[in-house]
Design a protein around this ligand. Structure first.
Ligand code: GTP
Ligand code: MG
Length: 243
């Protein structure tokens, strides 16, 4: 007896309500698997860009990429919070962040380059852009959020799947993870002071991010001048001049 036959027999002996629950569990599992595949597609696009930069020995704007599929518990919580019906169909229709990718960049302008490179691909459709860098949240949160849809090819055909892409700098990410932790602390004495200080840190981080970009530009221009000087003095040596 193979596993499927065993499962059928097990199901046949179960009460109807249990079978329904198992059926629902199975359809949720399939649905979440589709989102996992959508994540793979988007991550592959980003990894391709990253590999290309590395191969060209250009500075890679992507530091690292993380991803997650929302857990069933978190899907239910969000449906409840937003007042949507509690079903997987409702989640698919109403939630755009069941699949989420986070791209961590070195510099603020890299965020926009990566967003452009991704959204200009002709199978990527942009549904929503939330620019919390130009318009930070009142608590200081900064990040660029895109809701995109991409086609994913399954055995039964093509399906357009939504993926939320959050793009931010290392420093913004560092801040967001600490601020996120605070949300889950039940008893925080002096929460107002902590929030004020976190907001101040977010603003300091934004100023540092700007300063780092200016320094990078200065270093780049020094490097270009040095390169020009080497080419002028030793015209034949350009090929060997590895930066
Ligand atoms: P959610 O219901 O939280 O998904 O928010 P939303 O659907 O209104 O979208 P929004 O773009 O505001 O937030 C999407 C996601 O961005 C959140 O799930 C978090 O991962 C992240 N995020 C948004 N705001 C904050 C914030 O203030 N702090 C932190 N740490 N993360 C945030
Ligand atoms: Mg979310």
């Amino acid at each position: 007896m193979d596993n499927t036959q065993k499962e059928v027999i097990t199901l046949a002996n179960l009460p109807v309500s249990t079978q329904q629950i198992l059926g629902t569990a199975e359809s949720i599992r399939m649905e979440l698997m589709h989102y996992t595949c959508a994540l793979r597609e988007v991550k592959t696009k980003l990894v391709v860009l990253s590999d290309e930069f590395s191969a060209q020995r250009k500075r890679n704007p992507i530091e690292f990429i993380t991803s997650r599929v929302k857990t069933p518990e978190s899907i239910v919580n969000k449906l409840k919070r937003k007042g949507f019906p509690l079903s997987m169909e409702s989640a698919v229709q109403n939630l755009y962040d069941i699949a989420g990718v986070r791209v961590i960049c070195s510099f603020v302008d890299d965020i926009y380059s990566v967003a452009n490179m991704l959204t200009s691909q002709d199978d990527v459709h942009v549904l929503m852009v939330k620019d919390y860098i130009k318009n930070p949240k009142p608590n200081g949160y900064r990040s660029l959020h895109l809701i995109i849809s991409i086609p994913v090819f399954f055995s039964q055909g093509k399906r357009e799947m939504y993926v939320e892409v959050q793009i931010r700098t290392i420093a913004m990410d560092f801040w967001a993870s600490l601020e996120h932790d605070l949300k889950y602390k039940k008893e925080v004495p002096d929460v107002d002071r902590i929030q004020r200080e976190l907001k101040k840190c977010a603003d300091d981080i934004a100023a540092t991010d700007q300063k780092m970009m200016r320094l990078r530009d200065e270093i780049d221009s020094m490097r270009r001048n040095e390169e020009i000087r080497v080419i002028r003095n030793f015209p034949g040596e350009r090929e060997d001049y590895v930066i």
